[in-house]
Ligand binder design. Structure first.
Ligand code: SAH
Length: 354
């Protein structure tokens, strides 16, 4: 048993089963034993590899996309450039390098990173320097200015709850105890007014997921963009209008049982982009776009060729493999999606459709 498993078992024995949301929050963000709070899980030696860690092209194109939004909105100054859950800071480093040539952009930007993990804040500081970066815990803490924001594989790490359809009510999936170990069970049937809109598209036994922390964050971002201007790019795996159990655990690049070793595995769930887009009202939102299509429209093909010119041998092979991994239909190209948020009545960020 991990130390966190023992702690959670004691808590459940005392106060009863906990929601998946509570369980996920403890596993990921517990100050001592939490997965993100205590380690740097990214890269070949870690548990998973994210798009910015695969190739510099990802952060570069995201940066140029946001800079174009900024130019199209009349280059407001100053403005907040923000990233949610920046991991190692790699995306932001590539974004900043690629936008250096955009006149006025660097002078006007105020860089803010929303990150709760002290360990990862240190890694980000090592990548980006302490100088011009401000860290905060919540989107609400960002200064009140036009907001240009990116979040890659952030929303999938937020705690979800699951509900199983039972008649016209729902039973929550909860973490309880079986013998000494943690086990998944179902809470009592209860009406859930907040899920009334899912009664029409679900049948007995179906599971729906909610992510209240995600919709609260999307609402805050949307309100700011509608009020002050700006744009947001939200990149993650998931779909428009989610249905079913997508709760999963990964450790050492392989799927594992989410209850097996709390705090030692990455826990995620697919993102319901519809819920985020609707929560972001009054901001407008783009059509959901596959990552491969988005990157192709922003010119990743030409950028990949330009970078390939200076490479040969193994470096060239790995560059081409990275390109395929980001864009390929059987790789991240269709699994990952991009949602844009923008002020009402304006065009979506480059690469996305209205
Ligand atoms: N965007 C990065 C890392 C994604 S992993 C990349 O693409 O490589 C998720 C990141 O979100 C981590 O940095 C984690 O510490 C952070 N995080 C998770 N939950 C958070 C929360 N509620 N508030 C702020 N940061 C959070």
């Amino acid at each position: 048993m991990t130390p966190l498993a023992a702690q959670l078992a004691t808590q459940i024995a005392a106060t009863g089963p906990m929601s998946l949301g509570e369980y996920m929050a403890a596993c990921l963000m517990h100050p001592e034993h939490g997965y993100y709070a205590s380690r740097d899980p990214f890269g070949a030696g870690g548990d998973f590899v994210t798009a910015p860690e695969i190739s510099q092209m990802f952060g570069e194109l995201v940066g140029l996309c946001l800079a174009q939004c900024w130019l199209d909105q009349g280059a407001p100054a100053p403005f907040v450039l923000a990233e949610l859950g920046p991991g190692r800071g790699t995306l932001m480093a590539d974004l900043l390098r690629a936008t250096r040539a955009v006149p006025g952009f660097h002078n006007a930007l105020r860089l803010h990173l929303v990150e709760t993990s002290p360990t990862l804040r240190e890694v980000q500081a090592a990548t980006l320097g302490h100088g011009d970066v401000t860290w905060c815990d919540r989107v609400e803490d960002l200064p009140d200015m036009p907001l240009y924001l990116v979040a890659n594989e952030f929303f999938d790490a937020l705690p979800i709850r699951q509900f199983q359809r039972s008649g016209t009510g729902w039973r929550e999936r909860v973490v309880g105890l079986e013998g000494d170990g943690l086990s998944l069970g179902l809470g009592p049937e209860a009406p859930r007014p907040e899920l009334d809109h899912r009664l029409g598209d679900t049948s007995e036994g179906d599971i729906v997921e909610t992510c209240a922390p995600g919709t609260v964050i999307a609402a805050e971002i949307g309100a700011r963009i509608a009020d002050r201007g700006g744009a947001a790019l939200i990149v993650d795996y998931g779909d428009w209008h989610a249905l079913g159990d997508t709760f999963q655990a990964v450790a050492g690049h392989a799927p594992t049982n989410p209850l097996a070793a709390p705090g030692m595995a990455d826990l995620t769930a697919h993102v319901d982009f519809e819920a985020l887009a609707l929560a972001a009202t009054p901001a407008a939102y783009s059509r959901l776009c596959p990552q491969g299509t988005f990157l192709a429209r922003l010119g990743i093909g030409a950028r990949a060729e330009a970078l390939a010119q200076g490479l040969s041998g193994a470096a060239l092979d790995s560059h081409m493999a990275a390109f395929r991994r980001l864009t390929g239909a059987d790789e991240m190209g269709t699994l990952f999606k991009v949602l844009g948020l923008m002020p009402p009545g304006t065009a979506p960020p480059p690469g996305l459709d209205p």
